[in-house]
Design a protein around this ligand. Structure first.
Ligand SMILES: Nc1ncnc2c1ncn2[C@@H]1O[C@H](COP(=O)(O)OP(=O)(O)O)[C@@H](O)[C@H]1O
Ligand SMILES: N[C@@H](CC(=O)OP(=O)(O)O)C(=O)O
Length: 553
């Protein structure tokens, strides 16, 4: 006798039925662990053997002999037609979407307004809580232990969370322990007069831990069954790079196992803390870098092979430029993972730079939506899109970068020179982003976002220069900006013609230019104080005037 798990191929993830048929995404390999974990959570344990899969065209078949299965009863009962539905999508709500009780009510309504969706929810900390926690920590270092509970930001955070709990009709006890512990932590920092990166991560974790507890309690109060999860307790395993940790592979099966297992035994909407993980060596709380809840959402999306990942923001999707620079920026309806990743990497605050990786690996569409305006279509990010009419998609500005002009003293051959330059950056642990080379010279910019956790102080820069001067003449140029033109670089001549016309008419000299290998990005370096004016002028030429239409006919 034989029970078979048929894993059906298809572009989208189909609802998983817990009968004898399981459905999986088209590319199976990243999902083997996922299928195994579904099988385990369905009670299909094998005798310590791996489930074996056979490919047949786009279908993959996995056969489980009852002789192999420990829990016969479960197989029999599942095959009798019981049909449990799993999650279809993950919805991430950022700080702006859950900034107050009123906003949380709207988000709850939004979740309820999609009854056909079976979502998992990822939440960030309320409003600007993360910034306030960091500021409180910094003040605690020098305020003295007796004054720690009087830190203005601590009072604000306490009042915001208690008020929100009250307004939502949720018992204050749900966060009381966290608030007490937070005060103790600030006292500890004040006593030690020190705020390490590890403590910093633990400190900011209180924001997500409290927002998710309040929101889950509220959902339960209004009759929507929900269960709160701290990401660091459910398998988000990361490197120990506090303040900028990377998700490790082991996260995917662990998270899938825990969330699916709980759902099977007692279905409830999971409300997961964004931004947080657990260091694999230290076992301490880590964070994924600012804005890291996007990455939490895409990681869950990949772990469970979901149909869609939704990130809900306070704007109508990814826009043609930062709306703080030009308020008339327009939503971009479609993007590829590559475009979105470049856009995020080069400074568009709207997405976390690493967040596209799991979505791309799992080939799961990401939709960026506006929680203040749910009717707006938002931006859909997928592997491919029709680029035939695309020219420029978005303009991104990264301020305050440092540029280095490095000219070889010809002590080394060309390849030796480049290798030596990059070895110096490797030794110093500094990432570079834009690079342009000639045979004997090199211009590059240093990536300030990678230095989020440690200020690139003058001393450190001097050290870089000192090392480089052993093989080259070096010019250090600070207060520069990178303007990245994200779009169809197959049309680079058109893009550059128009862009340089703008720079020329604005009297701006471009100091460096580089076209990324991803073929979706051209980066130009200008002075910081000229950059915003250039972005506005470029935006007007590429997106507002009809001139482009003439060019693209
Ligand atoms: N190209 C862009 N498209 C959309 N938003 C952008 C862009 N560049 C910068 N932003 C800013 O990013 C903000 C949304 O990101 P974020 O603050 O991380 O949202 P949330 O906290 O809701 O996750 C917007 O309010 C906007 O000011
Ligand atoms: N709260 C964290 C994580 C995060 O993702 O926030 P948001 O979704 O509001 O950008 C931060 O402020 O960085």
């Amino acid at each position: 006798m034989e029970g078979a798990l048929n894993l059906l191929g298809g572009a989208n993830f189909c609802p998983v039925s817990m009968s004898r048929t399981l459905c999986c995404q088209r590319s199976l390999s990243p999902h083997l662990h996922f299928v195994s974990s579904i099988a385990r959570s369905a009670g299909l344990y094998t005798n310590g053997k791996r489930l074996s899969f056979r490919r047949a065209g786009s279908r993959v078949r996995c056969e489980v002999r009852l002789g192999d299965v420990l829990d016969k009863k479960v197989i029999e009962s599942r095959s009798s037609g019981e049909n449990e539905q799993h999650f279809t999508c993950v919805m991430k709500f950022g700080g702006s979407s859950v900034a107050s009780a009123e906003r949380m009510i709207e988000v709850a309504e939004l979740i309820r307004s999609f009854p056909e969706e079976r979502p998992l929810i990822v939440l960030s900390a309320m409003g600007k809580t993360t910034n306030k926690l960091l500021l409180a920590g910094e003040k605690a270092v020098s305020c003295g232990a007796t004054n720690a509970s009087d830190i203005e930001e601590m009072k604000f955070i306490k009042q915001l969370h208690l008020k929100t709990a009250d307004e939502l009709g949720v018992d204050r006890s749900i966060i009381a322990n966290h608030l007490d512990e937070l005060e103790q932590l600030l006292k500890g920092i004040a006593m030690m007069k020190e705020l390490t990166l590890r403590t910093r991560d633990y400190l900011v974790s209180f924001g997500e831990c409290m927002s998710t507890r309040i929101f889950a309690a509220y959902l339960n109060r209004i009759g929507v069954k929900a269960r709160q999860y701290d990401a660091f307790e459910i398998g988000f395993i990361t490197t120990d790079d506090f303040t900028n940790a990377d998700i490790l592979e082991a996260t995917y099966p662990a998270v899938a196992k825990r969330l699916l297992g709980d759902w099977n035994s007692d279905p409830a909407i999971p409300i997961v803390t964004g931004f947080l993980g657990k260091g694999w060596r230290s076992c301490a709380v880590t964070t994924l870098g600012r804005g890291g809840s996007d990455l939490t959402a895409t990681t869950i999306g990949k772990a469970l092979g979901l149909r869609e990942i939704q990130v809900w923001k306070d704007v109508d999707g990814v826009l043609t430029c930062d709306p703080n620079i030009y308020s008339g920026a327009e939503p971009v309806p479609f993007l590829t993972f590559d475009e979105a990743a470049e856009l995020a990497y080069f400074g568009a605050q709207v997405l976390h730079p690493q967040s596209m990786r799991p979505a791309r690996e799992g080939d799961i569409p990401v939709r960026v939506k506006n929680s203040y305006n749910p009717q707006a279509p938002g931006t859909l990010i997928t592997r491919n899109r029709d680029m035939s009419k695309a020219v420029l998609t978005s303009i991104v500005l990264k301020r305050n970068v440092t540029m280095l002009d490095i000219v070889s003293t010809r002590m080394l051959g060309q390849y030796g020179f480049l290798a030596k330059v990059f070895a110096i950056f490797e030794d110093l642990g500094i990432s570079v982003d834009v690079v342009a080379t000639s045979e004997v010279s090199l211009s590059l910019t240093l990536d300030p976002s990678k230095l989020w956790s440690r200020e690139l102080i003058q001393q450190e820069l001097d050290h870089v220069v000192e090392e480089l001067e052993k093989i080259a003449v070096v010019k250090l140029l600070q207060h520069r900006s990178i303007i990245s033109l994200i779009g169809n670089v197959q049309r680079s001549s058109l893009i550059l013609e128009k862009a340089f016309h703008v720079f020329h008419t604005n009297g701006v000299n471009v100091q460096m230019i580089s076209q990324g290998a991803s073929k979706v990005n051209i980066s130009l370096i200008v002075n910081d104080n000229e950059a915003e004016q250039c972005v506005r002028a470029l935006h007007s030429v590429f997106f507002v005037t009809d001139e482009l239409k003439l060019y693209t006919k």
